[in-house]
Design a protein around this ligand. Structure first.
Ligand SMILES: NC(=O)c1ccc[n+]([C@@H]2O[C@H](COP(=O)([O-])OP(=O)(O)OC[C@H]3O[C@@H](n4cnc5c(N)ncnc54)[C@H](OP(=O)(O)O)[C@@H]3O)[C@@H](O)[C@H]2O)c1
Length: 311
């Protein structure tokens, strides 16, 4: 904490972000904009949206707060060096992603697409909707978002399994949460596999041919974390074999997803443009304000990123 703090704010809409942080705090903050000559003296950086292509020279920087939950883009940034602390945002991502995942799964079960098609054709033809109840969901990446998703999925009478880097406690194991060596057995039980793994060197192409082979026939794969955790060729080949039968994808190795990607026209693939957790400046600003209070009080910050783990 320093009384001379200057907070650099960058992103999609820095003014809205600054306003929402001040509203949450009930007090003004010492903001400095990107174009301001004093930006180079910033001690704190509230970073939302895309990062500048050219790294910034910020010799006084001590704390970076990412308005995003995934911090993979910071892993090789020189601004996050030495004793600079990096924190990330959790805010309402767990609720938003939970609704996104369950919403798309339910839409598949009750066949919203068919209802729309039939309505357009004024066709009265009944079908038996599926149900999530009784199915098993494996959540790979059982962290902040995964725990919320699991609790809500159980409210739909689903059984849940979890994968963590670990170590896991005996109590967690009893609740179906395991580490990587148990993954083949977990996959053979899962009707739905949700990837919430952060992008790190250890999770690059985590979902590869060998792992898709263990998927149950007719299962659904959902990726709402990062595109880099999936081997796309392996997923496309596995979809042909029905393991999984469907994929609900919000994130891709290259974004925007190129027009030539086979995912666009694949009948088993549902695409959304990285919106599963997209939040408002309000929730991002509020999350920053909470940590700012701690920073000023010299208290430990929340959601500090572990450099060695990479998430
Ligand atoms: N699509 C969107 O709009 C959107 C929005 C927000 C977030 N996200 C993505 O969601 C990810 C998860 O967010 P979160 O807040 O839930 O993160 P988190 O709380 O850090 O949870 C990450 C989980 O992944 C586990 N994990 C990490 N590396 C692993 C490995 N090699 N093998 C097995 N498990 C591993 C961790 O294990 P431990 O518990 O043992 O540490 C933890 O349980 C973010 O990294 C981000 O990429 C996407």
């Amino acid at each position: 904490m320093s009384t001379d703090d200057l907070v650099l704010v960058t992103g999609r809409d820095p003014a809205a972000l600054a306003r929402s942080a001040e509203t949450a705090l009930g007090a003004p903050l010492p903001w400095v904009g990107e174009a301001d000559a004093r930006a180079a003296s910033a001690t704190v950086w509230l970073a939302s949206g895309l990062l500048p292509v050219t790294p910034r020279a910020l010799p006084s920087l001590r704390w970076i707060h990412s308005a995003w939950a995934g911090i993979d883009r910071w892993l090789d940034r020189p601004e996050w060096s030495g004793s600079v602390v990096l924190t990330r945002t959790v805010a309402d991502f767990p609720e938003r992603i939970t609704e996104h995942v369950l919403g798309h799964l339910l839409a598949g079960e009750i066949d919203v697409v068919r209802a729309e098609r039939q309505q357009a054709a004024k066709l009265w033809q009944r079908w038996t909707p599926g149900t999530l109840g009784g199915k098993t969901m494996l959540i790979a990446g059982h962290g902040e978002i995964g725990r919320r998703l699991a609790a809500t999925a159980r409210a739909f009478d689903m059984s849940t399994l979890g994968l963590r880097r670990g170590p896991v406690t005996a109590e967690e194991r009893a609740a179906g949460i395991h580490t990587e060596e148990a993954l083949p057995a977990l996959l053979s039980r899962a009707d739905v596999v949700v990837s919430l793994l952060p992008a790190t060197p250890a999770t690059e192409s985590f979902w590869n041919a060998g792992r898709f082979e263990r998927f149950k026939e007719g299962s659904v794969f959902v990726n709402v974390s990062r595109g880099r955790v999936v081997d796309d060729q392996a997923l496309l080949a596995s979809l042909e074999r029905g393991r999984p039968a469907r994929a609900i994808l919000d994130v891709f190795r290259e974004e925007p997803l190129p027009a030539g990607s086979p995912y666009w026209s694949h009948p088993g693939v549902r695409i959304t443009p990285h919106v599963a957790g997209l939040g408002s400046a309000d929730s991002e600003g509020k999350a920053f304000a909470e940590n700012w209070k701690r920073w000023r009080a010299g208290e430990p910050l929340r959601h500090v990123v572990d450099r060695a783990r990479g998430y």
